[in-house]
Ligand binder design. Structure first.
Ligand code: FPP
Length: 255
């Protein structure tokens, strides 16, 4: 006899809760509010970041099950180095720990790990775990989990300009050939579609130097939950909100 297992309900129902044919291909998230989450509980900020990793775990799993193609998360910005040394250390340790503990499950869920940002400035240990995670998941075919680490949108654009200028000076590229496609290819996100949906938690209405080029036509959903409180249900709500939007990309509807 088959028993109804209420704890399996979410697993079965996930895809039926959103319009599956209009899912965003690429979701980007500014995971904000870890500090405030901890402060509200009189806990150290590090506990907020730890809870933030848990939320990330849940969201990666949900995106994977929904069949989302790319999830880009803002894990550490170029500006985050300005935080106290201890907090930067905690974030780096959490990244290393996350990759060590989760790699197996990520791999089993067919997730591909990718990064964007100046990875060479991260602590050696974090770089090592990232290289290992990227290499071991490179042949997977499911969700691309793109971790923005030591990432800044303006410096990404400057890097791209330098790269294209070098190619132009060396004769590899004609100036007339510089267009949106060649520019896209010079960015960290080369080969990825632009995000369809940007989610920012904790109610702040800012881009904070995130994906400045790529977000040109992205739908933005700002939610009040602090990042550690964000999970599968909040993700589904954000996707439903996205699905109500009328995307015209600067044009008009003709039908
Ligand atoms: C913003 O909260 C969050 C961050 C600066 C880092 C996000 C990091 C994680 C979710 C965990 C580590 C990531 C990985 C990939 C393991 P905040 O500290 O700015 O919050 P506040 O605005 O309330 O102070």
């Amino acid at each position: 006899m088959m028993w109804f297992k209420p704890w399996r309900k979410n697993k079965v129902d996930l895809k039926s809760q959103v319009a599956i044919e209009r899912l965003p291909h690429h979701i980007a998230i500014i995971m904000d509010g870890n500090g405030r989450w901890a402060q509200k509980r009189a806990l150290p900020r590090s506990m907020g970041h730890r809870a933030g990793v848990e939320a990330l775990r849940k969201v990666v799993k949900a995106c994977s099950r929904l069949g989302i193609e790319v999830l880009t998360v803002y894990a550490f910005s170029t500006e985050n180095w300005r935080r106290p040394k201890d907090e930067v250390g905690v974030l780096m340790t959490l990244l290393t720990e996350y990759l060590r503990k989760e790699l197996n499950e990520l791999h089993q869920n067919n997730v591909i790990i990718r990064t964007m940002g100046r990875i060479s400035d991260l602590p050696r240990e974090a770089q090592h775990e990232l290289e290992h995670a990227i290499e071991s998941t490179q042949n997977n075919t499911g969700l691309i989990l793109n971790l923005a680490l030591n990432y800044g949108g303006r410096s990404e654009i400057i890097e791209a300009v330098k790269k294209l200028s070098k190619d132009a000076l060396s004769g590899k590229l004609k100036v007339e050939e510089i267009d949106e496609e060649s520019f896209n290819n010079a960015l960290y996100t080369s080969g990825l579609p632009d995000p369809d949906l940007l989610i920012r938690t904790s109610g702040e209405m800012r881009l904070s130097n995130f994906l400045l080029w790529q977000l040109a036509y992205t739908e933005i959903v700002v939610v009040n939950e602090l990042w550690p409180d964000f999970g599968q249900d909040a993700l589904l709500e954000a996707i439903k909100e996205y699905q109500k939007r009328d995307r015209r990309f600067g044009g008009i509807h003709t039908n």
